[in-house]
Design a protein around this ligand. Structure first.
Ligand code: MN
Length: 389
């Protein structure tokens, strides 16, 4: 049974004031085309369908066209992510199930089961909208549900998962496993907390033959290949500029056999490029092999040349942002050993004063200088004590 797994569409998203609707229309068409060429039996959309709980009109129109087109290829199964309103997303859900669009309900504390059939027998597909621990605690009136793992345990118990059956889960949460460091991106509004206080443990998902996850925008597996974030279909922040976005295609055979999992690349209509260098070089780069004048451009300019933004804008039609890098930092890049030798000549107070000036654009006050001197003295004392021991 072959599924195409996507997530984090964020339909209606803007990037530095630019509407991404045309880019999204193009990439959603690619997803429909992939579902067709792969002969998928289902398109799984693992949450964050929209970028906002109250999506714009053009976002609703695009989502509408996308779901209609996709449902002509194969059934569509979608859940609400943290960016969606589960209630709004579920509009007319009971009606449109008949048209092969299955939307998770507004109940955050239970996964809905849909039973599918193929030559290998039944397969239980569970649709679980994004939930918070507090929602599960409130729903079941159980004060002991005070961690994400306890909440998930209760949700799975209430959902009646049969370990012996073929099971697939569609969910939108932070999931982690021992020894796994989640790869985050700047376009995710929330980050998994250090130490994993808001992360669910992948161990609790052992009864699922595949877990189609959304929430993280970079494709990645969590512990085992069958617990997978497929990632967002487009680059939604500078930090993802080098990511290759894709959909995940998963083939499930009989229970007990490992599913076959692979990716199919998505090609952005307008790529996002990060460029960095002297203003003249950045202006000259437009139209080179690497950069096109109508790409989305995040620029870092060396020094602080006059009218850098204006001049870049005159060349690049989709300039996102301009950052400046100090000449001093450049020298350091060019000659790190020399810079280090120079720093060693200076007192800690002088280095700190210089750093403060760069960060804040103002000088340390007398009081702040005293504070620093006191802190430095305490540090020296601590070091002397440590040596004496
Ligand atoms: Mn998201």
């Amino acid at each position: 049974m072959r599924f195409v797994h996507v997530s984090d569409l964020h339909i209606g998203k803007q990037l530095y004031g630019y509407s991404l609707i045309d880019d999204q229309r193009a990439v959603l068409q690619q997803i429909v085309d992939i579902a067709r060429s792969e002969n998928a039996v289902g398109l799984l959309i693992a949450g964050d369908v929209y970028d906002r709980t109250v999506p714009s009109e053009e976002a609703v129109v695009l989502c509408d066209r996308f779901l209609v087109a996709a449902a002509q290829i194969c059934p569509v199964y979608l859940i609400a992510g943290n960016h969606d309103s589960a209630e709004r997303l579920a509009f007319c859900r009971d009606l449109i199930r008949g048209e092969r669009v299955f939307i998770s309900g507004a109940d955050h504390a239970r996964a809905e089961r849909i039973v599918l059939q193929d030559a290998d027998g039944p397969l239980n597909l569970y649709l679980l909208p994004f939930f918070k621990t507090s929602q599960v605690r409130t729903k079941y009136g159980d004060p002991h549900i005070d961690t994400p793992d306890k909440a998930l345990q209760r949700v799975l118990q209430e959902s009646g998962v049969d370990p012996g059956a073929r099971n697939v889960l569609v969910a939108h949460q932070f999931v982690t496993a021992a020894g796994v460091e989640l790869q985050t991106a700047d376009s995710e509004e929330f980050r998994p907390e250090v130490g994993g206080a808001d992360c669910l443990s992948a161990d609790l998902l052992k009864d699922f033959d595949y877990v189609a996850l959304g929430h993280l925008h970079r494709p990645q597996n969590v512990g085992r290949p069958e617990v997978r974030y497929c990632g967002s279909p487009l680059v939604y922040s500078e930090s993802e500029a080098d990511d290759r976005k894709s959909v995940t295609v998963v083939d499930l055979g009989p229970k007990g056999t490992a599913p076959e999992i692979r990716t199919v690349p998505l090609v952005p209509a307008r790529p996002l490029r990060v460029i960095r260098g002297k203003l003249e070089d950045l202006l000259a780069a437009a139209g080179s092999a690497d950069v096109s004048a109508d790409d989305y451009i995040a620029a870092t300019v060396f020094g602080s040349p006059v009218d850098a933004r204006k001049r870049l804008q005159a060349v690049y039609s989709h300039l996102l942002n301009v950052k400046y890098e100090e000449e001093r930092a450049l020298d350091a890049d060019a000659d790190p050993a020399g810079r280090l030798a120079e720093l060693r000549q200076q007192s800690p107070a002088a280095i700190f004063a210089d750093f403060y000036r760069k960060m804040n654009g103002t000088e340390l006050t007398g009081r702040q200088q005293q504070e620093f001197a006191a802190a430095e003295e305490r540090a020296r004392e601590a070091a002397r004590e440590a040596e004496g021991r």
